[in-house]
Design a protein. Sequence first.
Length: 287
Amino acid sequence: MAIDSFEGKVAFVTGGASGIGLGIATVLVGRGAKVVLADLRHDHIEHALRTFGGRSNAVSALQLDVSDRAAYREAAARMQAEFGGIDILVNNAGVGLEGPILEATYADYDFGMGVNFGGVVNGFVEFVPQMRAHGRGGHIVSTASLAAEVVMPEHLAIYAASKAAVCHYCEAVKARLGEEGIGVSILLPGPVKSNIHETQSNRPAHWLEGSGYKASEAKLSRRIVGDNWMEPKAVGELVADGILANRTYIVTHGFYKDAMRARAEAVLAATPDTQEAAPDFGRFRDE
């Protein structure tokens, strides 16, 4: 059953206490949903709850590292106990990992992939069974990036790869989850006013030790967010409308359109014109 109204729906928003996540949460609450803000940072949670003021009946929060599977499982169990399961999952938590690729270590790869893609996987694994069991249908939005759709410079290689994985995964599962009444959307944002540059402050200790990006992340933390960057609430409006339309792609900016086209055309140009029989990738589904 597609989401056709937010009234009475329960939404779980990761990275929900600042930036894009908070913008989405604000819009969903304004349209009648109850929202749980799941965030790594206590300071962000406290600030976010203050912004909602008297809407405490519609907003609650919990601390969550989306890469921690045991903690994620506990959070999902809590949603089941308190709300009878959720209706909307927003896999928004992410880290803006960047640095010279020749200085990257396993800690940097594991951090970028573990949060940006692993956090999305953990959300699907924990909440899809819940959505199927309660029978109300639902919707899942996962935040990727326009960086996933173009050829990025080498210092953004890990970030772009993690976000591309989000795109391809969500594209692949959309049809099957649609059969269960669960919609799937991919958010592809460009520059938005957020705290994603605070990467070093959000890196767990076990992924900080041995990192080759300490200097890069210290520099990134001083980045100044542009006044002309999109407001998070504007992104929230796009996401809310995208959920109601079960839109596959929710794109915030158009400035990469030529680069997106060039990449697609380069792949097509390298593709042989021969017409061999295509493999039947769906043949195992019912076996």
